[in-house]
Design a protein around this ligand. Structure first.
Ligand SMILES: Nc1ncnc2c1ncn2[C@@H]1O[C@H](COP(=O)(O)OP(=O)(O)O)[C@@H](O)[C@H]1O
Ligand SMILES: [Mg+2]
Length: 168
Protein backbone atom coordinates (compact mmCIF):
# COMPACT_ATOMS: atom_id res chain seq x y z
CA UNK A 1 0.00 0.00 0.00
CA UNK A 2 1.42 3.39 -0.94
CA UNK A 3 1.83 6.15 1.62
CA UNK A 4 -0.91 8.18 0.02
CA UNK A 5 -3.41 5.42 0.31
CA UNK A 6 -2.25 4.49 3.75
CA UNK A 7 -3.22 8.06 4.62
CA UNK A 8 -6.66 7.62 3.06
CA UNK A 9 -7.50 4.63 5.19
CA UNK A 10 -10.50 5.95 7.07
CA UNK A 11 -11.50 5.07 10.62
CA UNK A 12 -13.27 1.76 11.03
CA UNK A 13 -16.61 3.38 11.71
CA UNK A 14 -16.44 5.30 8.45
CA UNK A 15 -15.56 2.58 5.97
CA UNK A 16 -17.17 -0.79 6.28
CA UNK A 17 -15.66 -2.33 3.21
CA UNK A 18 -13.15 -1.25 0.67
CA UNK A 19 -12.14 -3.22 -2.36
CA UNK A 20 -9.41 -2.56 -4.85
CA UNK A 21 -9.21 -3.61 -8.46
CA UNK A 22 -5.84 -3.07 -10.02
CA UNK A 23 -5.66 -2.59 -13.81
CA UNK A 24 -2.34 -1.20 -14.94
CA UNK A 25 -2.37 2.55 -14.33
CA UNK A 26 -6.07 2.52 -13.38
CA UNK A 27 -7.29 1.69 -9.92
CA UNK A 28 -10.86 1.47 -8.69
CA UNK A 29 -11.43 1.93 -4.97
CA UNK A 30 -14.87 1.11 -3.57
CA UNK A 31 -16.39 1.76 -0.17
CA UNK A 32 -19.59 0.21 1.08
CA UNK A 33 -22.11 2.89 2.12
CA UNK A 34 -24.49 1.98 4.96
CA UNK A 35 -28.05 2.86 4.01
CA UNK A 36 -28.76 5.13 6.97
CA UNK A 37 -25.70 7.31 6.46
CA UNK A 38 -24.96 6.79 2.77
CA UNK A 39 -25.22 10.46 1.78
CA UNK A 40 -23.07 11.80 4.60
CA UNK A 41 -20.44 9.11 4.11
CA UNK A 42 -20.29 9.50 0.36
CA UNK A 43 -19.76 13.24 0.75
CA UNK A 44 -17.10 12.82 3.41
CA UNK A 45 -15.21 10.12 1.54
CA UNK A 46 -15.22 12.08 -1.71
CA UNK A 47 -14.11 15.28 0.01
CA UNK A 48 -11.26 13.45 1.74
CA UNK A 49 -10.09 11.78 -1.46
CA UNK A 50 -10.18 15.05 -3.42
CA UNK A 51 -8.21 16.76 -0.65
CA UNK A 52 -5.44 14.18 -1.27
CA UNK A 53 -5.38 14.64 -5.05
CA UNK A 54 -1.91 15.45 -6.40
CA UNK A 55 -3.05 18.82 -7.78
CA UNK A 56 -5.13 21.06 -5.54
CA UNK A 57 -8.80 21.27 -6.54
CA UNK A 58 -10.61 24.51 -5.78
CA UNK A 59 -13.09 24.58 -2.91
CA UNK A 60 -15.92 25.49 -5.28
CA UNK A 61 -15.28 22.46 -7.48
CA UNK A 62 -15.04 20.17 -4.47
CA UNK A 63 -18.37 21.58 -3.22
CA UNK A 64 -19.97 20.87 -6.61
CA UNK A 65 -18.64 17.33 -6.68
CA UNK A 66 -20.03 16.81 -3.17
CA UNK A 67 -23.42 18.09 -4.27
CA UNK A 68 -23.44 15.62 -7.15
CA UNK A 69 -22.45 12.65 -5.02
CA UNK A 70 -25.04 13.73 -2.44
CA UNK A 71 -27.78 13.54 -5.07
CA UNK A 72 -26.58 10.19 -6.42
CA UNK A 73 -26.37 8.62 -2.97
CA UNK A 74 -29.81 10.05 -2.09
CA UNK A 75 -31.23 8.54 -5.26
CA UNK A 76 -29.62 5.17 -4.62
CA UNK A 77 -31.14 4.76 -1.16
CA UNK A 78 -34.47 6.24 -2.26
CA UNK A 79 -34.97 4.46 -5.54
CA UNK A 80 -32.91 1.25 -5.37
CA UNK A 81 -32.05 -1.61 -3.12
CA UNK A 82 -28.66 -2.02 -1.46
CA UNK A 83 -25.89 -2.71 -0.89
CA UNK A 84 -24.57 0.69 -1.93
CA UNK A 85 -21.04 1.67 -2.86
CA UNK A 86 -19.02 4.79 -3.52
CA UNK A 87 -16.40 3.99 -6.13
CA UNK A 88 -13.58 6.26 -7.22
CA UNK A 89 -11.50 5.59 -10.30
CA UNK A 90 -7.89 6.73 -10.21
CA UNK A 91 -5.72 7.18 -13.30
CA UNK A 92 -2.02 7.46 -12.53
CA UNK A 93 -2.95 8.18 -8.92
CA UNK A 94 -5.34 11.03 -9.84
CA UNK A 95 -9.03 10.65 -8.90
CA UNK A 96 -10.84 11.11 -12.23
CA UNK A 97 -14.29 9.58 -11.83
CA UNK A 98 -16.73 8.93 -8.97
CA UNK A 99 -19.67 6.55 -9.05
CA UNK A 100 -22.46 5.58 -6.70
CA UNK A 101 -23.54 1.98 -7.21
CA UNK A 102 -26.59 0.14 -5.96
CA UNK A 103 -28.02 -3.34 -6.43
CA UNK A 104 -30.94 -2.16 -8.54
CA UNK A 105 -31.76 -2.32 -12.24
CA UNK A 106 -32.24 1.37 -13.03
CA UNK A 107 -29.16 1.95 -15.23
CA UNK A 108 -30.95 2.39 -18.56
CA UNK A 109 -33.62 4.68 -17.10
CA UNK A 110 -31.14 6.85 -15.22
CA UNK A 111 -28.84 7.11 -18.24
CA UNK A 112 -31.78 8.33 -20.29
CA UNK A 113 -32.92 10.83 -17.63
CA UNK A 114 -29.41 12.29 -17.38
CA UNK A 115 -29.87 13.47 -20.97
CA UNK A 116 -32.93 15.55 -20.12
CA UNK A 117 -32.25 19.27 -19.59
CA UNK A 118 -33.41 21.08 -16.47
CA UNK A 119 -36.28 23.29 -17.63
CA UNK A 120 -37.02 26.32 -15.49
CA UNK A 121 -40.63 27.44 -16.17
CA UNK A 122 -41.52 31.12 -16.55
CA UNK A 123 -43.59 30.89 -13.41
CA UNK A 124 -41.43 29.46 -10.63
CA UNK A 125 -44.51 28.03 -8.91
CA UNK A 126 -44.86 25.67 -11.87
CA UNK A 127 -41.47 24.11 -11.08
CA UNK A 128 -42.00 20.47 -10.19
CA UNK A 129 -40.54 19.42 -6.87
CA UNK A 130 -39.49 15.93 -7.93
CA UNK A 131 -37.34 14.88 -10.86
CA UNK A 132 -34.83 17.71 -10.69
CA UNK A 133 -31.91 15.79 -9.21
CA UNK A 134 -30.60 14.11 -12.35
CA UNK A 135 -30.86 17.25 -14.54
CA UNK A 136 -28.93 19.07 -11.79
CA UNK A 137 -26.27 16.33 -11.90
CA UNK A 138 -26.02 16.70 -15.67
CA UNK A 139 -25.72 20.48 -15.38
CA UNK A 140 -23.09 20.44 -12.61
CA UNK A 141 -20.94 17.88 -14.43
CA UNK A 142 -21.18 19.53 -17.84
CA UNK A 143 -22.94 16.40 -19.06
CA UNK A 144 -19.93 14.18 -18.37
CA UNK A 145 -21.92 11.63 -16.42
CA UNK A 146 -23.92 8.50 -17.09
CA UNK A 147 -25.35 5.29 -15.74
CA UNK A 148 -24.26 1.76 -16.53
CA UNK A 149 -24.64 -1.83 -15.47
CA UNK A 150 -21.92 -2.79 -13.02
CA UNK A 151 -20.88 -5.62 -10.75
CA UNK A 152 -20.78 -4.54 -7.13
CA UNK A 153 -17.27 -4.80 -5.71
CA UNK A 154 -18.53 -6.07 -2.36
CA UNK A 155 -20.85 -8.86 -3.54
CA UNK A 156 -19.92 -9.49 -7.18
CA UNK A 157 -23.60 -9.19 -8.05
CA UNK A 158 -25.16 -7.05 -10.77
CA UNK A 159 -26.22 -3.49 -10.09
CA UNK A 160 -26.38 0.07 -11.37
CA UNK A 161 -23.54 2.57 -11.28
CA UNK A 162 -24.19 6.28 -11.78
CA UNK A 163 -20.88 7.99 -12.50
CA UNK A 164 -19.53 11.45 -13.12
CA UNK A 165 -16.20 12.96 -14.10
CA UNK A 166 -14.33 14.56 -11.21
CA UNK A 167 -12.63 17.96 -11.43
CA UNK A 168 -8.86 17.53 -11.86
N1 LIG B 1 -30.20 4.81 -8.55
C1 LIG B 1 -31.41 4.76 -9.14
N2 LIG B 1 -32.02 3.57 -9.37
C2 LIG B 1 -33.24 3.50 -9.97
N3 LIG B 1 -33.93 4.58 -10.38
C3 LIG B 1 -33.38 5.80 -10.18
C4 LIG B 1 -32.10 5.96 -9.55
N4 LIG B 1 -31.82 7.28 -9.51
C5 LIG B 1 -32.87 7.90 -10.08
N5 LIG B 1 -33.81 7.03 -10.47
C6 LIG B 1 -35.07 7.32 -11.16
O1 LIG B 1 -34.95 8.58 -11.80
C7 LIG B 1 -36.00 9.43 -11.37
C8 LIG B 1 -35.52 10.86 -11.38
O2 LIG B 1 -34.52 11.06 -10.38
P1 LIG B 1 -34.27 12.54 -9.85
O3 LIG B 1 -34.11 13.44 -11.02
O4 LIG B 1 -33.16 12.51 -8.88
O5 LIG B 1 -35.65 12.92 -9.14
P2 LIG B 1 -36.30 12.41 -7.77
O6 LIG B 1 -35.22 11.71 -6.97
O7 LIG B 1 -36.78 13.67 -7.12
O8 LIG B 1 -37.41 11.49 -8.16
C9 LIG B 1 -36.40 8.91 -10.03
O9 LIG B 1 -37.72 9.27 -9.68
C10 LIG B 1 -36.26 7.41 -10.22
O10 LIG B 1 -37.39 6.90 -10.89
MG1 LIG C 1 -33.28 12.58 -6.69
Amino acid sequence: MSGRHAATTAPRNLVTRRTRHLQGTSRLVAWCLPRDSAVHRARTLLRNELALAPLRISGDLVAEAELVVDELASNAVRHAQGPYELRILYEHGVPVQAEVADAGTGAALVDQLLDRPLIIPDNIEDLELGGRGLPMVAALTGGICGARNVLLCGTGRAGTGVWFRLPT
